[in-house]
Design a binder for this molecule. Sequence first.
Ligand SMILES: [Zn+2]
Length: 65
Amino acid sequence: MPSTPANEIPIEEPRVDVPKVRRCLRCETTFHSQWAGERICPRCKSSNTWRNGSPLGSGASGAGN
Ligand SMILES: [Zn+2]
């Protein structure tokens, strides 16, 4: 009879959204998004570039030149 480990760590799963393969908006690479709103691959997320403004970075910052 298998005993349940006390240190059983529950995996963080989305409530409604399910992980699916999406295409990154930045590098257009396919990656497994954790949720429906996740459209930036972990690789790009590592870079703080996308945090600067819009993920697309259309240059609509309206700053400087
Ligand atoms: Zn990317």
